[in-house]
Unconditional design. Structure first.
Length: 629
């Protein structure tokens, strides 16, 4: 008999491929170590708590300089790790694959690469992210790892039950936006939170966002004091319910005790003559005869009902059963510009309402004019650059820059026209803006923030200098280290994220907020998903916690019912360390819903890793059960 040849081993069958992969990974590892060595000066500046994290961030940046997809496919074909979850321990992930490849080629011999003592291990990398998250955002709540942050509305200053219920339903951090309200309102919000903490036996971190340098549209002239009132009608024009108006006295105005179409003020002497059932006759702005019927009266005022569409204006005469009265005034409403594609808009340097500037425009399209709040920014804009208004609802291209204004050709708006009002955000994604990150208002607000907040949000941060400037101000105001939350809201801020992280890591604690509102406008809606994914990767590599923000369950918070897409988005937010909800009438319900979503998703997903818990649906074919009675 002849001896049978044993089949080749796995290593023998793939010897050439394994040797090539080993060489490639050794070269890749060497580059990762060299990049960290080159960045030793930057690493030396970071706080001791972030030393290993800074090394890992540079290792990860070196790794991601390459297109790793071919390498990943080749590793996966051999049943090895494809380095797809290396963020929190980049060098350790490469070393683990190297060790397996080396053992296949050179069994029983150690890997001939020098160890890197400063690189996080698989265990320490995950631990560092958790530790830094707890320092900045507070301990993880029972039952879920992701915290919930809620932007407090103005009502939180006067409505203690609202704050208490938010905390009871699962709020872990509050966000106070310094762009709204004032120190007195902020103080009341904080007092309500502390009271709720004591009552419920819970703790809650406070984040205060500095307003920052936000370019906005300036005031427009007020529109006419005209008010259109209509009853509720069915599809055929029939009246389903009359419009209800609240009439109160000019001398002692009282708010409507219930929802009203509007409130009108008349002399108290005239109101005292009215009784239920009385008819009040008048002609509206169009000269149409109209009649309102008194429904009931009280000492504070009376309710009247209107069954026909009516246009009200000041100086209109109302005839009652015994005497007449004049409607002396109505509030003037903010006006707006209605913009269509191909319209020409002039954005002027003057912040007050102005007449159209003298700009030669070779077009038959009428000119439209609005001012801006930061005229110095217009000096940095060039023709051909894009401009967006109102969170991307209206877009255009700068055609001409003059001493007085930007001439903008509108390229994107609703078919029936986009409505541009005052105090709407302006984004210039193509413009290299050079403006201070901290405004005079921010510096004025900082002492209050340092005294009361647990973290401070730096809005519209674009450079490492912005971070270091805020750090210097914070050191001058308090010895207490206050974590900075980097709010990434611009294209430039995203591109500078590695440098921003290394600067923020010079303190013992920091975080990053993915502010998806302005970021989507700046980077393009089609890129938003890609950009937020890259930010999650970079922050995990730096072991810096992330706040996932903007429009999370917005339809639920504002209207009481979430969209399907919002629920999926909320589930994806489990990838971050904290999720932020904006204010809205149903924000308490939104907190409750988000809490449930995060608790469920925790069993399925952790960062980029799918968590394979037992699935109930996997047992739905009884004939395939193995090892079960």
């Amino acid at each position: 008999m002849t001896d049978q040849l044993s089949p080749p081993s796995f290593a023998e069958r793939h010897a050439a491929e394994i040797a090539e992969l080993l060489t490639e990974l050794v070269r890749l590892r060497q580059e990762m170590v060299e990049v960290a060595t080159q960045g030793a000066g930057r690493i030396a500046k970071v706080d001791t708590t972030f030393q290993a994290s800074a090394h890992n961030l540079l290792h990860y940046l070196a790794l991601r300089r390459h297109d790793l997809r071919p390498l990943q496919q080749r590793l996966a074909a051999l049943g090895l790790s494809s380095l797809g979850r290396a963020e929190s321990h980049a060098l350790a992930s490469v070393d683990a694959v190297l060790a397996v490849l080396h053992e296949l080629v050179y069994p029983g011999t150690p890997v001939a690469v020098p160890p890197c003592e400063t690189a996080p291990t698989f265990v320490s990398g995950v631990h560092l992210l958790g530790q830094h998250s707890e320092t900045a955002l507070g301990p993880t709540p029972a039952g879920r790892d992701v915290r919930i942050m809620v932007t407090l509305p103005s009502e939180a200053a006067t409505d203690y039950p609202l704050v208490r219920e938010l905390l009871r339903q699962g709020m872990d951090c509050v966000r106070i936006n310094c762009a709204h309200d004032d120190t007195s309102a902020w103080q009341q919000m904080i007092q309500h939170l502390r009271q709720a903490e004591q009552e419920l036996g819970k703790t809650c971190k406070i984040s205060m966002d500095l307003a920052g340098a936000k370019l906005r549209t300036a005031d427009l002239p007020l529109g006419p004091a005209v008010l259109r009132i209509s009853p509720e009608r069915d599809d055929f024009g029939g009246v389903l319910a009359p419009a209800r108006l609240w009439l109160t006295s000019q001398e002692h105005s009282a708010a409507a005790p219930a929802a009203a179409a509007t409130t009108l003020a008349f002399p108290a002497k005239w109101l005292q003559t009215l009784h239920p059932g009385d008819a009040l006759r008048f002609r509206d702005m169009r000269g149409s005869k109209r009649k309102m019927r008194v429904h009931n009266t009280s000492e504070q005022g009376c309710w009247v009902e209107l069954r026909k569409t009516t246009y009200l204006a000041p100086d209109m005469q109302f005839l009652g059963p015994k005497m007449s009265a004049t409607l002396e005034q109505l509030p003037r409403h903010d006006s707006l510009l209605l913009l269509h594609p191909n319209d020409v808009l002039h954005l002027t340097r003057r912040p007050l309402p102005v007449a159209p500037p003298s700009v030669p425009v070779a077009t038959s399209v009428p000119s439209l004019v609005i001012g801006c709040t930061m005229p110095e920014v217009l000096d940095q804009v060039k023709p051909g650059e894009r401009i967006w208004f109102d969170d991307g609802k209206i877009g255009g291209v700068v055609e001409q820059v003059t001493p007085d204004a930007l001439q903008i050709r509108i390229t994107q708006a609703r078919a029936k026209g986009g409505k541009l009002r005052n105090d709407r955000g302006i984004n210039l994604p193509d413009t290299q803006l050079s403006i201070p990150s901290l405004t005079a208002k921010d510096l004025e607000d900082l002492p209050f923030v340092v005294q009361h907040a647990d973290m401070v949000g730096l809005s519209f941060v674009n450079s490492a200098q912005d971070v270091e400037q805020l750090q210097q101000h914070l050191l001058g105001l308090s010895a207490r280290p206050l974590p900075i939350i980097l709010k990434i809201e611009t294209q430039r801020g995203f591109e500078q994220l590695p440098a921003l992280l290394l600067s923020a890591m010079q303190a013992s604690s920091c975080g990053v907020m993915i502010a998806r509102g302005d970021l989507a406008v700046e980077c393009g809606f089609e890129r938003l998903a890609e950009v937020q994914e890259e930010m999650l990767w970079l922050c995990e590599a730096a072991h810096v916690p992330v706040v996932w923000a903007t429009q999370v369950l917005e339809s639920l918070a504002s209207g009481g019912l979430p969209s399907r897409a919002e629920v999926t988005d909320a589930a994806m937010s489990d990838r971050a360390e904290c999720v932020m909800l904006n204010k809205g009438p149903q924000v308490v319900q939104a907190v409750q819903t988000l809490d449930g979503i995060l608790r469920r998703m925790q069993a399925h997903q952790r960062k980029k890793s799918a968590m394979l818990r037992s699935l109930h649906v996997a047992h739905m074919l009884p004939e395939l059960e193995v090892g079960r009675p």
